[in-house]
Ligand binder design. Structure first.
Ligand code: ATP
Ligand code: MG
Length: 264
């Protein structure tokens, strides 16, 4: 049976609950499915309620100790359980976990290339233990994963959700990784929605990043992709959440509109 990893963006989970739940319900009857979610806007909103101003460095959220608590509350609590709820209503036995559970994602503090920048509790994954995912699949559950990970001491790390999804795809040797967002895919010009790159060769990625055409949250996505493809995950897709409804039909005749990453 095929394995697929789907990443949902915090930017539109709440706008499309039925679309998402129906698509995932159809899909998980056909393949071993893992769902990873982000929560960018919800974390920012909650931080603002606590009087804190969100700041980002190349698409990664600066996360001090207090921000870490807020981030964990929102991602592993609110959003994770919201997704579980909409899936339960659709008849799917969803089980919400975070990257900390069963040491799914063990990581360490992320040190950006710029030496003088400290992103606080932002982490990157070093080791994946898929045992819990396997157990859930064996039991007929759909794993819904918050990207919050644990360092060696079990303390929380804020890991970008695209990175978490990428690591899960690598560790489970999934056939496909689908990153759904609020844009039609990777745009050659981020201000022009018509400039979609439908087929993106991994060899093009370094130049796109250098040319400054890839900004904010698209940076961490593209930074992991080469590793994902080279690591044996068959295909990576980046596209708008609307495309998710075609996923259950994928093995038949459906093709998704967006960016497909190819090895080349
Ligand atoms: N060249 C580009 N092509 C497409 N999107 C781009 C580009 N450059 C920057 N972006 C931005 O990247 C954003 C997607 O990343 P972002 O981190 O904001 O959301 P996400 O990863 O889908 O959700 P979450 O962070 O909640 O998991 C788009 O909304 C868009 O504004
Ligand atoms: Mg993001």
């Amino acid at each position: 049976m095929d394995k697929l990893i789907v990443k949902l963006s915090g930017k539109n989970i709440y706008q499309h609950p039925f679309l998402i739940a129906r698509a995932l319900s159809g899909l998980c009857q056909k393949v071993k499915l893992g769902v990873v979610h982000g929560g960018g806007p919800q974390i920012s909103e909650t931080m603002e309620k606590f009087g804190k101003k969100p700041t980002f460095v190349r698409g990664l959220r600066v996360t001090d100790e207090e921000d870490m608590e807020i981030t964990e509350m929102v991602l592993s609590g609110l959003i994770n359980k919201y997704l579980v709820g909409i899936l339960l209503r659709e008849g799917v036995l969803a089980c919400g976990i975070s990257g900390k559970d069963g040491f799914l994602f063990q990581g360490e503090k992320h040190l950006p290339e710029e030496e003088n920048i400290d992103l606080g509790r932002v982490g990157e994954i070093r080791q994946v233990n898929t045992r819990l995912i396997e157990v859930l699949w064996e039991g007929g559950f759909l794993p819904v994963v918050s990207p919050i990970s644990a360092d060696k001491e079990g303390r929380s790390l804020n890991v970008n959700a695209d990175w978490a999804a990428a690591w899960l795809a690598l560790a489970t040797q999934a056939q496909g990784l689908f990153l759904f967002s609020d844009v039609p895919g990777v745009l050659a010009d981020p201000t022009d929605p018509q400039s979609l790159i439908e087929e993106l060769a991994i060899s093009q990625i370094p130049r796109l990043l250098e040319e400054d055409k890839i900004k904010e949250g698209m940076i961490p996505k593209l930074k992991m992709i080469e590793q994902v493809i080279r690591g044996g995950v068959g295909s990576v897709f980046i596209g708008h959440i609307r495309e998710i409804e075609k996923l259950p039909q994928l093995s038949l005749d459906a093709t998704l509109f967006g960016t497909t990453v190819v090895d080349g």
